[in-house]
Design a protein around this ligand. Structure first.
Ligand code: GLA
Length: 460
């Protein structure tokens, strides 16, 4: 919708009405849909997302002082202003200005350090004013939050005449989002920073690698919003961070086992250095051990109690894990609301999902839609049964998508509501939309996923 610079005219006029001057540049940051690789990224395991042509667009003008002023064309997001001259403070949970603050809070020390290294110390940090508009549904699993963080990052850099490599932006903004309180991985910031048009990406982490993959030529990808909101900065935050804690605890349990067990310690000699599920996954692969074997031997299929974990790993280790994932210590709220600490199922999902992502990246190179569909359907079952991300409404939509002729349908993004992503044969695309709608014309809109590339600045 915003492909051509002159299609920004309405936004530019509204900017002028809000700020009495013309904007000097436009920032575009798209949302994304994840085709496969759910909840793998914060375990440093691979993901396969694509950018979509739903986006956040900001008209921006740099200021001569250190103020940031934010306006939004959507009256649900009222105006915000703050100074960037001191330490930034987080607003109420859910406050949209938090995403801009997250970006800026990380950028200021980085810009100052980079300038100092280049001997350019002294240039004052400047703020900006921006009018934001978006056609990306919030809290729908399409990464509106990271799009807002990346858009704010580009706006702040451009306002300060600071060049930031896309890969560096992806890494900095991944850390920046912690400001909002979620222990997310780096998928969203990476795909939004690094995409080119008409592709999706196989992304690996630490070091960040993004390999372009061809979109299937004989299939179409659709996104359907369930309308069930899953706001990672609000209600879904604990559920999301809980899983990040459980994955890391599962790693610790496997590490302890592999270090201490007589039968295993020679097989996995570097186990004492493991720091993520990725390290466990790679160690098993290198030693030609099926990860299932280690998981089965090391981790109980039943949920753990806090006491069991304290005893097994030591209270310090467990508390440290919770703290790094921005969660309170085990035992109290919100943990006491849940039925134990689930380790086996979480790790089983993460490992099997990673296998699937690697297989998907091979299948698409051969344009093998059958394999792609199977992997996506298996991914959904795993998200539902092992990671417990689905909801009754999402399940009804998945079933409806299959009845309407989809090859594959799965929940996408953090889960607990949000969107499903659907793979449909190209020739069946129109039929699919008709049949899916036919069952429930009041259903939310069906978005045809198209990638116009990642985040960018358009000079005016
Ligand atoms: C959210 C997070 C991502 C990723 C997904 C789940 O979108 O921001 O980092 O963890 O959930 O795959």
């Amino acid at each position: 919708m915003y492909d051509e610079p002159n299609s920004f005219d309405a936004l530019k006029s509204q900017f002028k009405r809000s700020f009495q001057e013309e904007p000097t540049f436009i920032v575009v940051a798209p949302g994304r849909v994840n085709l496969l690789g759910e909840h793998t990224d914060y375990n440093l395991l691979p993901v396969a997302p694509m950018c979509i042509d739903r986006e956040i667009v900001m008209a921006v003008r740099e200021r001569n002082d250190a103020e940031v002023r934010l306006e939004n064309t959507d009256p649900a997001f009222s105006g915000r202003s703050f100074s960037v001259s001191g330490k930034l403070t987080r607003g109420e949970p859910g406050d949209w200005a938090n995403y801009a603050k997250a970006a800026i809070d990380t950028l200021i020390p980085f810009i100052e350090k980079t300038r100092a290294e280049k001997g350019k110390r002294g240039a004052p940090i400047r703020g900006f004013e921006a009018l934001t508009c978006s056609n990306l549904p919030p809290a729908a699993g399409l990464s509106s939050s990271s799009a807002m963080v990346v858009a704010s990052c580009l706006a702040f850099c451009a306002a300060n005449g600071f060049e930031l490599e896309p890969a560096k932006m992806a890494e900095l903004m991944r850390k920046a989002e912690r400001f909002v309180g979620t222990a997310g991985g780096g998928m969203d910031q990476a795909v939004i920073s690094l995409s080119e048009p008409d592709e999706f990406l196989l992304i690996e982490f630490d070091p960040l690698k993004a390999a372009p993959l061809p979109l299937p030529t004989d299939a179409r990808i659709f996104i359907v919003d369930s309308g069930e909101k899953a706001d990672k900065a609000l209600g879904a935050k604990d559920e999301y961070n809980r899983r990040a804690v459980e994955c890391l605890l599962a790693m610790h349990v496997m590490r302890k086992f592999a270090v201490e067990d007589v039968a295993w310690k020679d097989e996995l000699p570097e186990a004492g250095k493991w720091a993520s599920l990725r390290d466990v996954y790679n160690a098993c692969r290198d030693a030609e051990i099926a990860w299932q074997q280690l998981l089965y031997a090391a981790v109980s299929r039943n949920p753990y109690s806090p006491e069991e974990l304290f005893e097994k790993l030591g209270r310090d280790v467990v508390e440290q894990v919770c703290a790094t994932r921005q969660m309170p210590a085990l035992g109290g709220e919100p943990w006491c609301r849940w039925n134990g600490i689930v380790l086996y199922e979480r790790a089983a999902h993460v490992f099997a999902e990673s296998d699937r992502v690697f297989r998907l990246s091979e299948a698409v190179k051969n344009n093998d839609m059958g394999v792609m569909a199977t992997l996506m359907n298996e991914g959904h079952a795993s998200c539902r049964d092992l990671f417990h991300l689905s909801t009754p409404r999402i399940e009804r939509m998945i079933a409806r998508a299959h009845r309407a002729g989809a090859f594959a349908a799965r929940i996408t993004g953090a889960g607990f509501g949000g969107c499903i992503v659907v793979l449909v044969a190209k020739d069946e695309a129109e039929n699919f939309v008709r049949k899916f709608w036919g069952e429930d014309p009041a259903a939310s809109e069906i978005i045809a996923a198209k990638c116009n590339g990642g985040a960018r600045v358009v000079a005016l």
